[in-house]
Design a binder for this molecule. Sequence first.
Ligand SMILES: NC(=O)c1ccc[n+]([C@@H]2O[C@H](COP(=O)([O-])OP(=O)(O)OC[C@H]3O[C@@H](n4cnc5c(N)ncnc54)[C@H](O)[C@@H]3O)[C@@H](O)[C@H]2O)c1
Length: 315
Amino acid sequence: MNTAAGVSRVAVVGTGVIGASWAAHFLAHGLDVVATDPAPGAEERLRADVAAHWPLLADAGLAEGASPDRLAFTADPAEAADAADFVQENGPEREDVKRGLFARLDAAARPGVVLASSSSGMGASTFARECAKDPGRALVGHPFNPPHLIPLVEVVPGERTDESAVQAALAFYTAVGKKPIRVRHELPGHIANRLQAALWREAYSLVDRGVATVADIDTAIAYGPGLRWAILGPFANQHLSGGPGGIAHILEHLGPPTEAWWRDLGDPSLTPELAAKLVAGVDEALAGITGPELAARRDALLRVLLAAKAGAGLP
Ligand SMILES: NC(=O)c1ccc[n+]([C@@H]2O[C@H](COP(=O)([O-])OP(=O)(O)OC[C@H]3O[C@@H](n4cnc5c(N)ncnc54)[C@H](O)[C@@H]3O)[C@@H](O)[C@H]2O)c1
């Protein structure tokens, strides 16, 4: 039996885009997965999604004994949580649904079993209120899409989360090959989604002001700073931009102009007109390439990039 930081069976609750990807990831690390989702046809879709993700995971290297056959499915979240050593919740991003789910998961899971929510923006304090048995094990374990490829997981404790649960989550995610970071305070959107939101705000504003097309902005990032950001974070890159003086020099040299740019940044509203402009811009930029085709090309390249990064001695 394989274990990762003491976990041999994971409950994956909600098997849409994120849950299916998590399930494939845990299976590839040789763990047992018991999944649950109330939607009609969910089990068939999940098994098809795991099969679709498997070739890239196999390419990255499977744990001994890893198999899609170690996936079990139940329609009952309590049954899934009862059997699990770690619970990864991936239901819809709606507070009422998550609160209801956490009440049921907490009632069913053994005390001490971590209940981690994939929530993109909510805090664990909200869900912990529903956990009558063991509120200290509720936290956010926020992955990036697709979790079977992107290493980052943001571990965000709520106001009642026990330190032991945070440590258990950090150890488990590390043991299954993720790169977890601990978020020090609950904030809507955690860290990485707030950074993305800051960029999207200005990108939407530039389209709204007619400065750039959607395609121009995608080109600017994907063929510009995005290439560096895939290798090093914004601070390390900025340090390199400063030459021998490093980040201290760049802050002194380009800090004042940057402050002037901040004062000109946009604050757009997502009006129906702007939303329509963004949707039309994406349609035009992709010129008929379907979402699944583009995701497959992106994910194949991500695999190559991650493999190259693994041996490069980067921080
Ligand atoms: N899509 C992303 O890029 C992304 C990235 C990171 C985190 N997340 C987070 O992951 C979670 C899931 O997002 P998604 O994109 O996979 O959504 P999704 O709509 O693809 O999947 C949600 C799934 O939850 C199921 N569901 C509905 N009610 C449920 C219940 N009571 N119990 C269990 N399952 C239930 C639905 O049938 C569906 O299969 C959200 O909290 C979201 O914020 C999403």
